[in-house]
Design a protein around this ligand. Structure first.
Ligand SMILES: Cc1ncc(COP(=O)(O)O)c(C=O)c1O
Length: 300
């Protein structure tokens, strides 16, 4: 069981895969991506991730793209890798063409990369019991953070700087002093028994785990509302937590060294962690019937 790539439909070891120097993903970051968690060989929240991928492609005016073929290739790669617990990374670039800023005209075939790799959740699972420290950093990203593009340098720099301070994540603060999200996770917090998150819009990525959290909150009867907060307001919250594909529901213990609530996982965060586990267990129990629907026998 090792990492396996599928480049434009061809399976290969990731170390053997190369990118042409004229690929627009390489030259301009002109590409979109998705990451799905694989549990028991199946893609969790697959439909949601595909909807977001489709939206990203549309927002960037990519030419028509075959998502059914992509799904077939994803499952072919998962099967060939024998990965049961893992992550699948999908990247689609605008393709290979001599370097000019304007789109290639006529359009060229997109480059499609799928990478499946095993994922060991043990260290994250331990952190979910204690909560994690986060630090704040200025949000220097571009103005279309709702599109899941590989233009991630603003996220990368903030994340690196947080890691150098021993923090798990950086929470980003925009030019008006408002909290947006974290570098690779959505940030949610609790005030007066309600879960709150930054309003969806161009300032944040539409998080699939955040959407799931909204559904779970509804299920267990906890109100979820959109709200904009400043750092002092976040620090005064009763609880805070990060949500994301591999992070799942991660309690925030401290922000910039200051405790949030009691500085440990709060009761609402705990309820959501349990609701997440229950939802996943129910989905896993669907098992074989789901698998057979999702895996066409022949793929291109
Ligand atoms: C900036 C940002 N926010 C939030 C998320 C969480 O999104 P999801 O729950 O779909 O993984 C990610 C995931 O990559 C991200 O990069």
């Amino acid at each position: 069981m090792a990492d396996l790539a599928c480049v434009n439909g061809e399976l290969m070891a990731p170390e053997q895969a190369t990118v042409p120097i004229y690929d627009r993903g390489f030259l301009f970051g002109d590409s979109v991506y998705e990451v799905c968690r694989i549990y028991d060989g199946r893609c969790w929240l697959e439909a949601d991730h595909l909807v977001r991928l489709k939206r990203s492609l549309k927002e960037l005016e990519f030419p028509p793209y075959d998502l059914d073929r992509l799904v077939a290739r994803i499952y072919r790669t998962i099967r060939a890798s024998y990965v049961k617990e893992g992550l699948v990374y999908v990247q689609v670039t605008r393709g290979v063409a001599p370097r000019t800023h304007a789109f290639p005209n006529p359009p060229v075939e997109p480059t499609e990369v799928i990478i499946v790799r095993p994922y060991d959740d043990a260290s994250s699972a331990a952190l979910r019991e204690t909560g994690v420290p986060v630090v704040t950093r200025p949000d220097i990203r571009w103005k279309r953070c709702d599109i899941k593009t590989t233009n991630l340098l603003g996220n990368v720099l903030a994340n690196e700087s947080a890691h150098r301070e021993g923090a798990y994540e950086a929470v980003l603060i925009d030019a008006d002093g408002k909290v947006t999200e974290a570098t690779h996770t959505s940030l949610l917090w609790v005030r007066d028994g309600r879960i709150e998150g930054t309003p969806e819009g161009p300032e944040i990525l539409i998080g699939m785990t955040r959407h799931l959290t909204q559904r779970l909150a509804k299920k267990v009867g906890i109100p979820f509302v959109e709200a904009q907060v400043t750092l002092p307001e976040l620090l005064a919250a009763d609880e805070a937590f990060l949500v994301g594909t591999s992070t799942e529901v991660m309690p925030v213990a401290t922000v910039d060294g200051k405790s949030i609530g009691a500085g440990k996982p709060g009761p609402i965060t705990r309820r959501l962690q349990q609701a997440y586990k229950d939802e996943l267990a129910a989905w896993l129990a669907e098992g074989a019937s789901y698998e057979s629907k999702k895996a066409p026998a022949s793929v291109s």
